[in-house]
Design a protein around this ligand. Structure first.
Ligand SMILES: Cc1cc2nc3c(=O)[nH]c(=O)nc-3n(C[C@H](O)[C@H](O)[C@H](O)COP(=O)(O)OP(=O)(O)OC[C@H]3O[C@@H](n4cnc5c(N)ncnc54)[C@H](O)[C@@H]3O)c2cc1C
Length: 266
């Protein structure tokens, strides 16, 4: 690890001014990604601005027809929250299935979305539920937020403050884990808005360019919202990633199977 300055912010405004004072500074959430990166000397920020003392980033609750989750809410807190479980059970299930207990008690929704790992769970929920990523500067819709592998619409000095999830009419999430890391080998989130007919199907773990919406399965489910309709879709493997854990063709087959399970709830 290289030497760096450490600052514990007490508010979003304090963190924002620390970032604008030093363009080389990095935000620290739970450190689940940032600290290994620093230890391996893959990054050399001049300063680290710790968000763990910013109380305003930790709230979770229902606000009218949306669930609002603060950026510093840990996966364990989201999984255990009654408002989340009541309004979007699939989201609580997703959070409760991330990594292992240690990861769930340190990792945060803001850190996960800022990192946008192509195999992370949350991006699929944000994209399928058409959530809004709220920052200290603006609100970013899910379709504009994700910009390829590890890429997001965030500016260098932008801080995610919360994520707004509209309460859906239907939501289901299923994944197959990569057994060593517990990241999804493939994860599929299926959602329908409350009172709407649009179907959004977001896939993580499979896209060569990160999380993506699966148009053919969305069309099949829009015509017939049944697991069998999703299972009948043959997903094109040509733009998917393949690695030692599973070929692109295997991942393509899993997408249909997991979409079916997400709709059927099993
Ligand atoms: C062993 C292991 C297993 C894991 N398994 C899974 C899994 O199964 N599924 C899954 O989805 N994830 C998994 N993760 C990832 C984990 O859940 C964390 O979400 C992820 O590592 C980000 O960590 P963090 O929240 O602690 O953020 P940090 O590591 O502190 O920060 C990550 C990045 O986000 C930036 N950042 C943090 N907060 C903000 C903010 N509010 N605004 C703007 N930028 C910000 C930081 O500057 C940094 O660049 C795993 C991680 C580990 C170590």
């Amino acid at each position: 690890m290289y030497q760096f300055d450490y600052q514990r912010a007490g508010s979003v405004a304090e963190a924002a001014s620390a970032l604008s004072a030093n363009p080389e500074a990095k935000l620290l959430a739970g450190g689940q990604t940032l600290l290994p990166t620093l230890k391996q000397r893959l990054a050399q920020p001049e300063a680290v601005v710790d968000l763990s003392g910013v109380a305003e980033l930790k709230s979770i609750g229902k606000d009218g027809d949306k669930v609002v989750i603060g950026a510093m809410a840990t996966h364990a807190e989201v999984a255990a929250n009654a408002d989340v479980a009541g309004a979007i059970p699939a989201l609580a299930k997703l959070a409760g299935g991330i990594g292992d207990p240690q990861v769930r008690h340190r990792g945060t929704i803001g850190g996960s979305l800022a990192n946008n790992d192509p195999s992370a769970d949350y991006p699929s929920a944000v994209l399928a539920l058409n959530a809004t990523v709220v920052t200290n500067k603006r609100q970013i819709g899910a379709d504009d937020y994700f910009q390829g592998m590890f890429g997001t619409a965030l500016a260098e000095d932008e801080i995610i403050t919360a994520v707004h999830f509209p309460v859906p009419g239907f939501a289901g999430y299923e994944k197959i884990e990569q057994r060593a890391s517990r990241y999804p080998l493939v994860g599929v989130f299926v959602a329908k808005p409350a009172g709407g007919s649009e179907v959004r199907v977001a896939v993580t773990g499979a896209g060569a360019d990160g999380v993506f919406r699966c148009g053919p399965i969305e069309a099949a489910l829009a015509a017939n919202f049944a697991g069998s309709a999703a299972a009948g879709v043959s997903v094109d493997a040509s733009s998917l990633m393949g690695d030692m854990h599973g070929s692109a063709e295997y991942r393509a087959a899993l997408i249909s199977v997991l979409a079916q399970r997400a709709v059927d709830g099993k």
